[in-house]
Design a protein around this ligand. Structure first.
Ligand code: SF4
Length: 332
């Protein structure tokens, strides 16, 4: 990766919970996203993926560690540099129904940031630009959408409008946070296709966050590659090229995620050997296990796994946090 757009270095985020307890939502995470490249971030719900995404956008402050955008620490930027960074770093939220102000038309919601950030000079230009955005995201015929209120649009249409808003300021980086998970299955692939199509047109980098391995796999294959990071209880356990990880995981947790992803062929699904987890229960973030956080569930855990935190280290061209990663390179 030559030209890095977004980088986190040893990023940690703690949240205070009831009493004097803290939970560590993001634990010492270092990732890199190249210019015009993607990183797919996968893991179970509640593992810290969204917090990591929000940290990279400067929406919340880290407890420790750094976030660099085009090589600059975002929390050391001047006011004007930070404003410029926020224009270049946008988000598409999971819930398209709560994305827009219900008492404003979609045109009003899309034109306001264009006028505020002076992307357009006046209302006439804003009207034209919003029409272009509608067309780009497939809200056609465009005349039908100017005066629509969010309550009169479907989830798929609203998510397209949310994508239009995210690209309206010509950002370099977009966090797509479970952007298709609330949509009907029939609409999901269309939205992923749209995101990838816009990436080609506008040279965007995505942090594509999902708990759904099938969608992650589709994003990687359709997007022609890119990176993938697997997260468990706030830590990254495996990072590498997405298609390599999907076809041959090295970390026991990634192996579980991939082998439990539903597949459409019932015959293949029946034949597929499922991993024998020691426990189906995901530990709470207030009671994170010692050593390797996955040891309470991992079928391959040994004594050292309870005692020593495995470092994220290079094994066979990938970064893996497992004491026995070399064994799994040969297969599970
Ligand atoms: Fe399993 Fe041990 Fe590897 Fe953790 S370090 S994934 S417990 S084998």
């Amino acid at each position: 990766m030559n030209d890095i757009l977004v980088e986190t270095r040893n990023l940690t985020k703690d949240f205070k919970v009831k009493g004097k307890k803290y939970i560590r939502a993001v634990d010492n995470v270092s990732i890199k996203i190249g210019r015009k490249e993607n990183l797919v971030l996968v893991g179970e719900s509640g593992c810290g993926k969204s917090t990591l995404g929000r940290l990279t956008l400067g929406l919340i402050k880290p407890t420790s560690g750094q976030i660099l955008f085009e090589g600059k620490d975002i929390w050391k930027m001047s006011k004007s540099e930070f404003k410029n960074f926020r224009i270049n770093a946008q988000i598409i939220h999971q819930d398209p129904y709560s994305t827009f102000n219900p008492v404003r038309t979609i045109y009003q919601s899309l034109s306001a940031p264009l006028l505020y950030h002076k992307v357009v000079k006046n209302r006439k230009e804003a009207y034209k630009k919003v029409g272009e955005l509608f067309r780009l995201v497939g809200l056609v015929p465009v005349e039908d959408f100017y005066d629509r209120y969010p309550s009169r649009m479907s989830g798929g249409q609203l998510q397209r409008a949310a994508i239009a808003r995210a690209i309206s300021l010509n950002p370099k980086y977009i966090v797509a946070d479970e952007a298709v998970s609330m949509l009907d299955a029939s609409l999901r692939l269309g939205i992923v296709d749209l995101l990838l199509d816009l990436q080609k047109k506008f040279k965007i980098s995505y942090l594509f966050i999902t708990h759904d391995l099938a969608i992650a796999r589709y994003f990687v294959l359709k997007g022609g590659g890119g990176g993938m990071a697997v997260m468990y209880l706030g830590s990254i356990v495996e990072i590498g090229l997405g298609d390599d990880i999907v076809s041959k995981p090295y970390h026991p947790y990634t192996h579980v995620l991939i082998t439990t992803t539903p597949i459409p062929d019932p015959e293949l699904a029946r034949k597929r050997p499922l991993p024998k987890l020691r426990s189906l229960e995901v530990p709470r973030l207030t009671e994170v296990p010692s050593g390797c956080k996955f040891h309470t569930r991992c079928p391959y855990a040994e004594k050292i796994c309870e005692e020593k935190v495995p470092e994220l280290r290079e094994v066979n061209g990938r970064l893996i946090a497992c004491h026995f990663a070399e064994n799994f390179v040969k297969g599970f």
